[in-house]
Design a protein around this ligand. Structure first.
Ligand code: MTE
Ligand code: CO
Length: 418
């Protein structure tokens, strides 16, 4: 495992023009460019008709905008992960076809006509719902991020993967349409001693997680639409559990069963997995909430600065499982100096937020960092501060500040500063 470390020395003296709203001056080309004065090929024939593309797909020139996996992490693709191309996206919504996937037993292909959701355990009435039955409950729409607790997990011992798609791409941010879990639980009638809920998937892994009743009744959804259309098979078609702000593993896909109990079940995903082994050999358990985190998506290793000195747009995303992100700071010199980024777009709780920082790049090397503040006052820690508390055994919940080193050519590399 290579460990890239770099020092802040040498960056402190770099003069950095301040950010803020810059006019687009200095970015245009001279008049007379044949790409605009000549009639282009696409204007010389008729294009496809409205019958050619019944379900639209991106332009052929966007073919590189895809989910990718890391071959050495993928011993077998049916029990693996791919990553959202964060550096190709803007705004806050992840398009359905680009949402990262994490499967323990491949993509289950459920027939919606045969779909059933069962509720059993400590309830007054054990029930089974069809999809049509579920559609008769009142629906809600919410935008939430889903982050796998293992996101950035390969970076605990040092900078490793060269691209925000791989370091931070186990996240997506989607508008869900669904039913409050509380409505369904009320129909079954939870007994007073029913304090925990076990959610089980219908895929071959039959993945399960225990969820405290308080959370189940607070904001969990039984969702069947993402960004307006049916869930994709990859995301749990026809029904998945939405557990806002909490680790992705709890968002059971292909949801088939909800069992009510008086204590947690201590199944695999909450004992040998999704626990955080500390330096002293003890493990943190039930670390459900996702801490505030951010990453600069452009520039980044897969998206270098493609122009010389002058007006430069830096952008990224930030999120917190505890609320909104009122502020993100950006550093161009490895954390020596910080400036407030410009937040833009909707600021929704437990959703991704978009930030921008426009600056005049003087062509000298940069050490880019972003630092999220969430609505509880929590501030994203440095990687070293995080390691001081959690050690280096962990896989999960790495929300340390990411650094990209930019050289004079604008090429970006994953590094750590000390
Ligand atoms: N649910 C089932 N039934 N089977 C699974 O393998 N993977 C979990 C969770 N729910 C999984 C599941 C994990 S670890 C994560 S991070 C999220 O789903 C990933 O959701 P996504 O594939 O929509 O990105
Ligand atoms: Co996961």
């Amino acid at each position: 495992m290579t460990k890239h470390r770099t020092t802040r020395r040498g960056f402190l003296k770099t003069t950095i023009a301040t950010g803020g709203a810059l006019a687009a001056a200095g970015t245009a080309r001279a008049a007379g460019d044949p790409a605009i004065t000549e009639v282009q090929p696409w204007a010389q024939y008729l294009g496809d008709g409205v019958d050619a593309r019944p379900y639209g797909t991106p332009s052929e020139y966007e073919a590189h905008v895809v989910r990718r996996n890391v071959p050495w992490l993928t011993a077998d693709p049916v029990s693996s992960v791919n990553f959202t191309p964060l550096h190709e996206l803007d705004g806050i919504i992840t398009p359905n076809g680009l949402c990262f996937e994490r499967h323990h037993a491949g993509i289950a292909e459920l027939d919606p006509a045969a779909y059933r959701l069962m509720i059993n355990g400590l309830v007054d009435r054990e029930l089974v719902f069809t999809l049509d039955d579920l559609m008769r409950f009142p629906r809600e729409n919410h935008v939430y991020f889903l982050e796998c607790a293992a996101n950035t997990g390969m970076e605990w011992r040092g900078a490793q993967l060269n691209g925000c798609q791989f370091t931070h791409g186990m996240i997506h941010n989607v508008m869900y349409t669904g039913i409050k879990l509380g409505h369904i639980l009320a129909e079954a009638g939870v007994k007073t001693e029913g304090k925990w809920l076990l959610a089980e998937g219908a895929d071959a892994s039959a993945m399960t997680r225990s969820i405290p009743m308080e959370k189940a009744l607070d904001d969990c959804l039984v969702a069947f639409k993402m960004n307006g259309e049916a869930l994709r098979p990859e995301q749990g078609y026809p029904v998945r559990l939405v557990v806002p702000g909490w680790e992705g593993n709890m968002w059971v896909k292909w949801l088939r069963r909800l069992e009510i109990g008086d204590q947690p079940w201590h199944h695999r995903e909450e004992t040998s997995k999704y626990t955080d082994l500390l330096a002293d050999g003890k493990a943190r358990r039930f670390t459900w909430e996702m801490d505030a985190k951010s990453v600069i998506t452009n520039p980044s290793p897969q998206a270098p600065i493609g122009h010389g000195p002058g007006p430069t747009v830096l952008t990224g995303v930030a999120w917190s499982g505890r609320g909104t992100i009122p502020r993100v700071d950006v550093s161009l010199d490895g954390g020596a100096n910080w400036q407030a980024a410009r937040m833009d777009g909707p600021s929704l709780p437990k959703s991704m937020h978009r930030f921008y920082y426009e600056f005049d790049w003087d062509g000298s090397p940069l050490l880019l960092q972003s630092r999220a503040h969430d609505s509880t006052g929590y501030v994203q820690p440095t990687k070293d501060a995080l390691r001081a508390v959690r050690g280096e055994n962990s896989i999960y919940h790495n929300n340390g500040i990411q650094t990209w080193a930019i050289n004079e050519e604008g090429v970006a590399e994953n590094v750590e500063v000390s």
